[in-house]
Write a protein that binds this ligand. Structure first.
Ligand SMILES: [Zn+2]
Length: 82
């Protein structure tokens, strides 16, 4: 019930140049169609429905990955471990 904030999803988004795509993690269950959001690594990105090619070509953001691993390993609090 209270796990909403821990949930995240991955979405390929373009950077400011629009040429390079990276797969960033965002808070929530899934992309709800919003035009922009802040990634787990702390940057705001424009969002659009990615094509299969975007998924295939966009490398995963290492900052998002590190942050999520740190969260899941309980760096902040281990009190509410499931
Ligand atoms: Zn990221």
């Amino acid at each position: 019930m209270e796990t909403t904030e821990r949930q995240h999803y991955w979405l390929p988004v373009p950077d400011r140049t629009g040429f390079k795509w990276h797969r960033h993690a965002f808070r929530g269950k899934h992309w709800d169609g919003r035009p922009a959001d802040t990634s787990v690594c702390g940057f705001q990105y424009p969002m659009a429905k990615p094509s299969e090619l975007d998924w295939f070509q966009a490398p995963t953001c290492s900052d998002c990955t590190e942050l999520l691993i740190a969260e899941q390993s309980g760096t902040g609090s281990t009190a509410e471990e499931e």
